[in-house]
Write a protein that binds this ligand. Structure first.
Ligand code: NDP
Ligand code: 8X3
Length: 252
């Protein structure tokens, strides 16, 4: 079987990076995306030992940049078989009444509009070829709201709605749509949420064994390895210590 082409957004860190590393070793060709060019270059060099790799440097908030980047691919690379909409972050953890408007803009622009901009460029090729698989990285925050999670949750509820909408609209074309909704995964996520405050970020995973990016990457691989007639539609995954957004058993 020929190698499928996978485009992964947010491949410079965390879940996206681990997914790129794993898929490179399992019969996929990769298009790795992110803003941090130095990391993409390093990653491309490492993964090129295993598979063919292209890199695209763009900010998902910039619709023109998204369009230009994807259209810059050579024809053979434009035939994207799998789109992994993973880029995203939480910015801040504040009550709604004192929320930072710039954080709100960032979450809605990146997690929702960014996902749409990338999807809009990739999906027409899939509908034309009547095949493809879209994996949207949702969150438990897109299934239940937690205190001060307000706008991040709203952005991930939007991802959940978009996943369902994509599944309906793309059903006639035989395109698979999957959402993966993790609980606590230790990546750069909390560092970004708390604007580089390492001590505060560490408290999120204190006294539990959180999920790792590798755990999620292995789920992505499993999802992509299913036979043509099988789609894993909606997966929620927690560390064993977690029962919901707010119930976490800490060993202390
Ligand atoms: P990381 O902070 O480690 O990775 C985030 C990735 O998103 C980076 O590669 C970053 O790349 C990319 N990204 C962020 N903003 C932009 C942007 N404006 N344009 C392009 N790329 C961008 O976090 P995770 O790996 O944990 O997060 C990946 C996904 O998983 C996110 O959608 C997150 O919401 C979701 N998730 C995470 C959970 C967790 O607990 N960690 C749990 C549930 C879901 P760069 O900065 O180079 O652009
Ligand atoms: C990340 C998980 O619970 O920190 O989406 O929002 S949580």
């Amino acid at each position: 079987m020929s190698k499928r082409i996978v485009l992964i957004t947010g491949a410079t860190s965390g879940i996206g990076l681990a997914t790129a590393n794993l898929l490179a070793k399992h019969n996929f060709k990769l298009i790795i995306c992110g803003r941090r060019k130095d990391r993409l270059e390093k990653q491309k060099a490492l993964l090129s030992d295993f598979t063919e790799v292209k890199m695209l440097t763009f900010d998902v908030r910039d619709q023109e940049a998204v369009k230009k980047a994807i259209h810059s691919l050579l024809d053979e690379w434009q035939k994207i078989d799998v789109l992994i909409n993973n880029a995203g972050n939480a910015h801040g953890l504040d009550p709604i009444q004192t929320g930072n408007v710039h954080d709100w803009d960032a979450m809605i622009d990146i997690n929702v509009k960014g996902l749409l901009y990338v999807s809009r460029e990739v999906i027409p090729g899939m509908t034309e070829r009547k095949s493809g698989h879209i994996v949207n990285m949702g969150s438990i925050a897109g299934k239940e709201v937690y205190p001060n999670g307000n706008v991040y949750s709203a952005s991930k509820f939007a991802v959940d709605a978009l996943t369902k909408g994509m599944r309906m609209d793309l059903n006639p074309f035989g395109i698979k749509v999957t959402s993966i909704n993790p609980g606590l995964v230790e990546t750069e996520f909390s560092l970004v949420r708390f604007k580089g405050d390492q001590d505060r970020a560490a408290t999120v995973y204190k006294d539990i064994k959180p999920l790792t990016a590798q755990n999620i990457a292995e789920i992505v691989l499993f999802v992509l390895q299913q036979p043509d007639h099988v789609v894993l539609a909606d997966i929620t995954v927690f560390p064993t210590a977690q029962a919901s957004s707010t119930i976490v058993k800490r060993e202390s």
